[in-house]
Design a protein around this ligand. Sequence first.
Ligand SMILES: Cc1cc2nc3c(=O)[nH]c(=O)nc-3n(C[C@H](O)[C@H](O)[C@H](O)COP(=O)(O)OP(=O)(O)OC[C@H]3O[C@@H](n4cnc5c(N)ncnc54)[C@H](O)[C@@H]3O)c2cc1C
Length: 379
Amino acid sequence: MDFQFSDEARMAIDGAKRFAVEKLGPGAAERDEKAEVEVKLLKELGELGYLGMTVPEEHGGSALGAVAYAGSVVEVAKVDAGVAVAMSVQNSLVNDAIEHFGTEAQKGEFLPKLASGGWIGCFSLTEANAGSDPASMRTTAVKDGDGYLLNGTKNFTTNGAIADAVIVFTRCDLGGKPANSAFLLKKGTPGFSIGKHENKMGIRSSSTTEMVFTNCRLPKEALLGEEGKGLKIALTTLDGGRIGIAAQAIGIAEAALDESVRYSKERVQFGKPIAELEGIQFMLADMATEVEVAKTMLFRVAWMKESGAKRYTKEAAMLKLFASEMSHRVCHKAIQVHGGYGFMKEYKVERLYRDQRITEIYEGTSEIQRFVIARGILG
Ligand SMILES: Cc1cc2nc3c(=O)[nH]c(=O)nc-3n(C[C@H](O)[C@H](O)[C@H](O)COP(=O)(O)OP(=O)(O)OC[C@H]3O[C@@H](n4cnc5c(N)ncnc54)[C@H](O)[C@@H]3O)c2cc1C
């Protein structure tokens, strides 16, 4: 076993850390307060290669691999979890789906632009009445000449308002049998528009919107993967997505731990820093241990993906479940270490506590992860 990062991965993760601290740090609290999505910052990340980390060089990617990607998302999430989710969606839900299921023409047209940050992408699966149960989606794709006509509304789409490339999942009719298909389309396609912009509890520097399709005509070349295999494409892609969300959750937790260590050395009660109190030390020890366990899992599952494991569904679900719930526990303790100050917006742990919450919900709730793990164990 080798627990060292490769030199390339180490450099990439260090670079992400520098970018996060220098470029994302100064405006992070303000972006959260104003719910501001700064596309410029995402594009800068793209120019540095961080939006195409698992895309091969021949398709314009930096090909740094899943381990470097996971470590980089951790560093970005420590500073701005909203930017981290945008980065995660682009790398693991959009690029990976195109790389694995796209035609050569789709790869050639979309991947170089996405991998360089020229374009932002989104992955639109969820609907108002189809969340944990995506098979019940109502958006339809009906054959229309040699193309398709899409109708319906998707919701809660990350990067929705800023996306140039959209992956959308629909119902379709395969000779009388209901099935699902995936499509890849561009912003500006007639019949496609952005609906409601969500006002969120956390990750407020990311965009979350409805995506509306009204008689939206797509040529047959817009089909992503095989007709009728939409759900399989979505679920396979989400295995990789869960690595990104786990990395986001770990970054948030690590930041909460760092803030708590610093604060406990500064805050004096009963004539000494609270870091000298055993009650505080035990909380810090538990927080640090939990972060360490989750990080070890993160890089193992990322390594499985990078080394070409065919499926790592159960392991990705375990990782996402543990990392997101661990992050919840750590952020909870971080507020406790900060006392009343942790409840105030001036302190970063207040934002981390809100940002953490979504990691237990999107890309499959904790209940759905337990369901996937149980199926993996029981067969
Ligand atoms: C900020 C944000 C960003 C998002 N980004 C995207 C995106 O980019 N693309 C996208 O497609 N979607 C996105 N989503 C949607 C997200 O993936 C869903 O919200 C999530 O999958 C849960 O679906 P739901 O909200 O409909 O909850 P529901 O499915 O209605 O779940 C409600 C409750 O019931 C539980 N439950 C449901 N089924 C079961 C079961 N079988 N067993 C036990 N418990 C169950 C759930 O765990 C949960 O506790 C985003 C959501 C948010 C809030």
